[in-house]
Design a protein around this ligand. Sequence first.
Ligand code: CAA
Length: 282
Amino acid sequence: MIKNIGIIGAGQMGCGIAHVSAVAGYKVHIYDVAKERIEPALATINGNLARQVSSGKMSDDARNQALSRITASADVNDLANADLVIEAATEDESVKRKIYAQVCPVLKPEAILATNTSSLSITRLASSTDRAERFMGIHFMNPVPVMKLVELVRGIATDEETFQAAREFVNTLDKTTTVAEDFPAFIVNRILLPMINEAIYTLYEGVGTVEAIDTAMRLGANHPMGPLQLADFIGLDTCLSIMQVLHDGLADSKYRPCPLLVKYVEAGWLGRKSGRGFYDYR
Ligand code: CAA
């Protein structure tokens, strides 16, 4: 029976998962190692809930109730009560491994540990936990409060009870699940990221300007955002690490990250979150 949700990581995905879980009635605790990220995270959730109130999708009372169900801290011990913990830390395998080593001893033995990884092997991540049977991928899309899909990914050792519990949890969030096998980047990012990478090559080779490429795909293919705007929204560091996982994992040159993407990340131009990417947000 899942009642208490733990979220690891107070970034945009962690905030979004906390938001939808609290709205669905779960008690949520967000843990982030960086104390200074806690307040901005709660402010982000508050702001996104307010958007839903102002667009008439939620009452003020429901928003206050959701907020009252969320706590946050930089103390890992505060995850001790969680029935399901969803790790939404940065897309870096060594960082995730370190987090699991720190978090697993704190968790209840029966707690499920899930990762929101957008590309990494669930089986390999599971092997660095103490609970490979109760470990799996629950991959939300950004922005979490808006996007309807969640990918569910089993590792080789994930047991059926864990899988069903995760599926039921996601269903209670009013999201649709799809099952992906444990291959690099699963389904959505296997298809989406090469498209974004190709858009960056299109810019790199001078086929079109940033605006031309985004307008072409918004109006010519009916995408809600152009691919370069979407890359900025996802985070260029995340886009690069997904392309690297595809390139390494599938050993095919068609997944080679565009050199321009590499250069932007090296410059610290990570998209919206850093104030600059293909667009300037400052
Ligand atoms: N929280 C709550 N509500 C939000 C929100 C948030 N973070 N962001 C947007 N919204 C709401 C708005 O309040 C608005 O609600 P109403 O319709 O009720 O007014 C609605 O969503 C639409 O937002 P906007 O009017 O501000 O802007 P928009 O119409 O341009 O839509 C968008 C914004 C939903 C982000 C849309 O541009 C879109 O769907 N973009 C593509 C997103 C996408 O492809 N996501 C997947 C990324 S890949 C991924 O996530 C996987 C990975 O691992 C990398």
